[in-house]
Design a binder for this molecule. Sequence first.
Ligand code: NDP
Ligand code: 8X3
Length: 253
Amino acid sequence: MEKKIALVTGATSGIGWATAIALAQMGYNIVATGRRQNRLAQLQKEIAKEGVDTLILTFDVRDREAVKDAIATLPDSWRKIDILINNAGNAHGLDPIQTGDMEDWDAMMDINVKGLLYVSKEIIPGMVARQSGTIVNIGSIAGKEVYPNGNVYCASKHAVDALTQGMRMDLNPYGIRVIGVHPGLVKTEFSLVRFKGDAERSKTVYQGYQPLTAEDIAETIAFAVSRPPHVVLADIVMLPTAQASATIVKKNL
Ligand code: NDP
Ligand code: 8X3
């Protein structure tokens, strides 16, 4: 029997990387996407150990034409995407609204919101035609709550939450499952990106408690997508035990 196919955006690190591996372990062939080609080649080698295939697509989700062109290159045998993991995204900066950097604002809205839409636009029509498919949108606790200085990142993730609900409604007639996964603090390259490569500052985010790992999130995604077809885990908020809300984290420092 033909293997099923999962397309994972932002597969070059963190949650996307771990999810690509977890889905490969479940027997899915993987379309792995991101900007860093060398990382995708590394991932392809890891995935090969699971006995499935990887097809690499390198593009920036901000570039609408690049997204379209890259997905158009999928050979026929790779076109039937069973699972779409909309994961690519990051926070850029952590500043009060009055001093926020507009480049950061553009990056977050363009990547986290518009990028997710651009990729979805290319994949959803096939799912609609086949009347099947599963979409997992990676939101955040920042899409459920707002925290000081999180302004635009929180807005982008609230938008992801709204889009997840909207997709579930619009795709309901076609039997397509739409799952929102909203993690709290996960130790990945996320803070390194948010703090523009400041490794010391990014380390402090995860000190004094046990954060989630990318593998924790991947395991939950794997569980969610493997429920029977009549079951959708619609909205999953996942926090480290030490975290009670976006702003309350019990730290032993
Ligand atoms: P990482 O920084 O480790 O991974 C981010 C991924 O997104 C990378 O693969 C990166 O690939 C990709 N990406 C970023 N910008 C672009 C772009 N313009 N075009 C294409 N791909 C892009 O962080 P995480 O794994 O933590 O983040 C994954 C998702 O999880 C994000 O949506 C994030 O908001 C969300 N999240 C993270 C949490 C955390 O605490 N870590 C908590 C809640 C949600 P590349 O740079 O190679 O293009
Ligand atoms: C990532 C988690 O709390 O840094 O979305 O916004 S948080």
